[in-house]
Every structure is written in C-alpha cells, then in structure tokens.
Design a protein around this ligand. Structure first.
Ligand code: NAD
Length: 412
C-alpha cells in the first residue's frame, strides 16, 4: 500500500509542491487542507489530482485533518505557525514535512522553547519530522556534501552563508499576501502584543537559507556567535519592518573549530541570492567552482546535482507537465511530449530554488516509506535555527558573544 499525504496550507508556496507530492510514485492518496475554503475547492477540482484525491479528503482546518487516517502531513503555512502545528500533527500520529523555518517569532526564548518541544515530540512519538530547507538540495550543496565525504576539503577552515532578499524585491507583496488570510489577520493582532512588550524582530529569525549550507556541508554546528545589525533609516521602510532590524551579520565559532560568517539581509541593493562558500586546507568551493592551490574548475548544475531514481524522475515529470498544462488552461496532456523553454527551470521537474523541490519531496516520502530519519531531520533543522536565534540575541546586545543551543546529532 502507498503513502497517504495531507497537504496543509494551500497558499503561494504549496503551488510548487502539491504537484510533486501528488505525483510521487510511492504516494497513493492526497488530501487538501486550508482555512480558506476557496483554496481547498480549487485543489479538489484540479484534474491533476483526480487519481489520488477522494471526496471527503478536503479539510477546513489543521484540527480536522489531524483526525484523518493519513500517514503524513506537509505543512506549508505561514512561518510563525510551523512549530505549534508540527507538534500537533506529530502528536496526532502523522509524519511531518514543514516549510522553513522551524518557527519564526519576534522572541528568542519562545523560538528556543519551540525547538526543544519539537525535538522532544519527535523523540516521544517516534514520527519523522523533516524541514523543507531548499538550500540543502541546491546542486552546490549536494556537490559539496559529496566532496566533504571524500575528504576533498581537508580540514574546514572557514565558510560563508548568505541570504540577500531586499524588501523591494517582492517582500512587501509577500508580507501583504501572507497577512491577508484569516491566519494572517490573527497574526497582525498577535504582533501588536509582541510590540507592546518591546520585542524586536530581525532577519535572523528566519535564518535557514544562509545557515544550512555551511552546517550541512561541514557537518558541524555553531557553538558561539557574535552578531551586528543594520536598521533601515528610510521612513518608507517602516510599514514593512515594523521596528525590526533590516540586516544581521554573524561570526561564529563552529564545533569543528572552523569560523563561519552568516549574512541575512533584507535591505540591500542586490538582485538577491541564497549562496554559501566553504574553504578547506585542501579544497575550496565557491561560486559554482572547485578550487585548490593552483586550479579553478568551473562546475555545471548537472555535474553538481545528485540524480533522482529514474522512475521517480519520470513520475514527477509527468505530474509537473500536467500541472503546467492545467495552469495554462490547456488539456492536462498538452505538455506530455513537448519540451518547455530551456530556461524555464521552475517549470521543469526539479522545480524552483535551484531545482531543490523534487529532491525535498522525494527525501521526505522515501524516509516515511523506509521508516528512517530524514536527511533534514529535527536535530539538523534545530542547528540551522539555533544559530540564528543566538545571533539575533547577540545583535540585540550590541554584538556580545552568545552560546548557541544544540540538541545533538540525529540518532543513527
Ligand atoms: N525557499 C523556501 O524554502 C521558501 C520559499 C517561499 C516560502 N516558504 C515558506 O512557505 C510557507 C508558506 O508561504 P506562502 O507564501 O505559501 O504563505 P501563504 O500565506 O500563501 O499560505 C499559507 C496558507 O496556510 C493556511 N493556513 C494557516 N493556518 C492554517 C491552519 N491552521 N489550517 C489550515 N490552513 C492554514 C493559510 O490559510 C494560507 O492559505 C512560509 O512559511 C514560507 O516561509 C519557503
């Protein structure tokens, strides 16, 4: 029997994942859930899902879908909701995939408590939790993990991770959109309470795109961090930042003795990027190239990317082709044998964010099918998050050195 998966949070980002989860060959049933009824209805009648969706598998709330007899939930709701919803889902007996980060709140203590609760809930329930961090399955990260396994870096000496996303590069629209739903409107009210008690948010509250690369390649975690911030001086930015810090730069001591620099910027004249660089005593990776003392070897995406099993690739490819055709108002079979424009990465099977979406989907479903701890498990996810939490704490204390919390390695 196949795996049954409930998709929770049918907003903007689920559009990238629903087609992949529904067409994975090990998934035989999909359910849909959102508090916005029109979003559920749209998915329920999409012909792409006809073979795996049954009437009655449309749910108006997380409470309702937690009572259903499904194996797993894919939770892609707003970032301040993830941890409490994942804990609820795990306790209801479901394996859980969560959008990043573990949780994002303007209170470091609360975020640490949620990391702790999540780790303990995974241990107590024995269910699997996976974080959907896209950087982990960027081709660059796959390549570097392979080279690290071979020992090609030598000793790690230094790494950099950075996420540059200027508020005027779509972020204002994202905020407006995420706060427009019922859940979003509730958050607008909750935020006022944080503000009233003087809570200050910052981009390190959402640090996983920059912290994942150095941590997952070096297989090491931060132990101490010092961080400095930049606050926007432009009054036009206040409606977006609402008192939050705009940029944060952290310098960390790692458990392997290397040093890591992390930048999380939301106010920067830059087209936007989500990249990392790793430097070793024998080899260095930076900007799509491998370097040693004498040579620089440029690498293509194909050379860096791992391969999906061919039956998985074929099934996902078909699902994506059907989805694209339906989106464009065409017959579902329209793209079956036609090529997309070569540059249209987001339309192709691997999906956006460096082609990571298909790998995230496959890893979560495989871990459930094989009953094994997923690659981006809760212990790994907590390391991406706790670096950011400690960095933000440091920034609020003018750069003071702060210890980074850790929950240990995933069980073997
Ligand atoms: N590179 C990346 O990894 C990446 C990129 C984009 C978005 N994301 C993450 O994806 C998540 C979703 O972003 P989005 O833009 O799709 O948000 P969105 O606001 O478009 O969608 C969230 C949906 O969750 C629903 N929801 C909230 N609470 C619910 C509940 N209790 N029961 C059922 N439905 C509920 C909302 O009604 C909404 O439809 C965010 O956490 C974001 O950080 C990650």
């Amino acid at each position: 029997m196949g795996i049954s998966v409930g998709l929770v949070g049918l907003g903007a980002f689920m559009r990238s994942f629903a087609k992949l989860y529904a067409s994975h060959p090990l998934v035989d049933r999909v359910a849909f859930c959102d508090r916005e009824a029109d979003r559920v209805a749209k998915y329920a009648k999409n012909p792409v899902f006809a073979k795996k969706f049954r009437e009655g598998d449309a749910y108006p709330s997380l409470d309702a879908i937690c009572k259903a007899d499904l194996d797993a939930l894919v939770i892609i709701t707003q970032p301040w909701l993830h941890a409490p919803q994942c804990v609820q889902a795990l306790e209801s007996g479901k394996h859980v995939y969560s959008a990043v980060p573990i949780v994002s709140l303007p209170d470091s203590d609360e975020m640490l408590d949620w990391c702790d609760k999540l780790v303990k809930t995974v241990q107590k329930t024995g269910k699997h939790y996976m974080l959907g961090e896209t950087t982990y399955y960027r081709p660059e990260a796959m390549y570097c993990r392979r080279r690290a396994k071979e020992g090609a870096f030598g000793d790690f000496v230094y790494a950099e991770g950075e996420y540059y996303h200027d508020l005027d590069n779509s972020l204002r629209d994202v905020k407006r959109h995420r706060e427009a739903s019922q859940a979003g409107q509730e958050w607008v009210e909750i935020k006022k309470k944080y503000k009233a008690r003087g809570a200050i948010a910052g981009p390190m509250d959402y640090p996983t795109h920059s912290t994942c690369g150095p941590i997952c390649v070096m297989n090491a975690h931060a132990t101490k961090v010092s961080c400095f911030s930049y606050k926007s001086t432009d009054p036009k930015d206040e409606s977006y930042f609402e008192g939050a810090l705009a940029n944060e730069t952290a310098l960390c001591r790692m458990s392997n003795n290397a040093v890591v620099r992390i930048n999380e910027f939301r106010k920067v004249a830059h087209p936007g990027s989500e990249i990392f660089r790793v430097f070793g005593t024998e080899g260095t990776f930076r900007e799509e190239s491998w370097r040693d003392r004498k040579t620089t070897t440029p690498l293509t995406m194909q050379e860096m990317r791992d391969e999906l099993p061919s039956e998985v690739y074929k099934a996902l490819d078909l699902g994506v082709r059907m989805w694209n055709a339906v989106e464009e108002g065409k017959d579902p079979g329209y793209y079956k044998d036609k090529d997309f424009a070569p540059a249209d990465v987001a339309k192709a099977v691997y999906g956006g964010h460096g082609g990571s979406h298909a790998f995230l989907t496959h890893e979560f479903i495989s871990s459930v099918a094989e009953d094994r701890v997923p690659a981006i498990n809760v212990w790994e996810a907590a390391r991406y998050m706790s670096l950011g939490i400690a960095a933000h704490r440091s920034a609020l204390k003018g750069g003071e050195l702060v210890d980074v919390a850790d929950w240990g390695d995933a069980p073997k």
